[in-house]
Write a protein that binds this ligand. Structure first.
Ligand SMILES: C[S@@+](CC[C@H](N)C(=O)[O-])C[C@H]1O[C@@H](n2cnc3c(N)ncnc32)[C@H](O)[C@@H]1O
Length: 241
């Protein structure tokens, strides 16, 4: 597990390794800090807390476009992914979806994520260490089409041409196992959905999840006028035979 600390005050949080952590009001010496300690800098107080998985994930390096937490959470909400699940994911990109799933399946489970490009493979592998999940999430530098893992509970695909992998995925899933295809464009979802229907998946659903943050400023409360308006579509279905 990474030795990172989160310094929190009323305004914001600062994540850093044990030692000197820079904040908006100057450096804080957290060399000997314990969780719950209160440290001072620039006339402000910070409490030292253990970062959550989401604190760590949000601080990870981003290369390729990530699957956002609202969409990753939806994958878990619909499939019921949990402790001990065996998952395959491709492409890894920055590893965000694979790591989110790794956090959910825990040490009893396994997520194997495939990435073709060396640059993204390195980012995803480094992010797995930052999140303390390198024993759960294995990053392989290879084409997702070459995956060999079997008896899977869940396969997630965030690559072009996902529809061409549907038949292979079906053969490698357990009965009742899930395939989830993610894409920013609906054309790919239409293709994936058709391929899943052809392959005999059941309960096929296409979802777009919208999340709108509200601002609340002294009695003027309303939805934010800017933000992430569209991320992607999910098509989810279960293997029968
Ligand atoms: C949009 S990103 C994936 C982001 C990832 N789901 C995340 O949450 O961070 C797509 C990635 O798939 C990789 N990729 C594309 N085709 C692939 C393939 N056939 N096998 C493995 N990786 C592939 C790309 O290099 C890119 O890094």
């Amino acid at each position: 597990m990474s030795d990172l600390l989160l310094l929190l005050n009323e305004e914001r949080g600062f994540l850093g390794a044990r030692g000197i952590i820079n904040t908006h009001v100057g450096p804080v010496d957290a060399t000997d800090a314990r969780f719950g300690d209160v440290l001072q800098a620039g006339g402000q107080r910070f409490v030292v807390v253990r970062p959550t998985f989401m604190d760590l994930l949000q601080s990870c390096r981003r290369g390729a476009q990530i699957v956002t937490p609202k969409d990753a959470a939806q994958v878990v909400a619909v499939t019921g992914a949990g402790r001990g699940w065996r998952c395959v994911d491709g492409g890894a990109g920055s590893g965000f979806l694979a790591l989110f799933l790794g956090h959910v399946v825990g040490p009893e489970g396994r997520v194997t994520t495939y990435e073709q490009q060396e640059r993204f493979y390195r980012i995803a592998a480094r992010n797995a260490v930052r999140c303390g999940l390198e024993e759960v999430v294995e990053v392989k530098q290879a084409d997702i089409a070459s995956f060999t893992e079997d008896h899977l509970d869940l396969v997630t695909l965030d690559v072009k041409g996902a529809e061409l992998l549907v038949d292979k995925v079906r053969r490698h899933l357990k009965p009742g196992g899930w395939l989830v295809v993610y894409s920013p464009h609906v054309e790919q979802q239409i293709g994936a959905r058709a391929a899943m229907q052809e392959a005999g998946f059941t309960g096929i659903t296409t979802l777009e999840t919208m999340q709108r943050e509200w601002r609340s400023l002294g009695g003027f409360t309303r939805p934010q006028s800017k933000g992430l308006l569209h991320t992607g579509f999910l098509t989810l279905g279960r293997k029968v035979f």
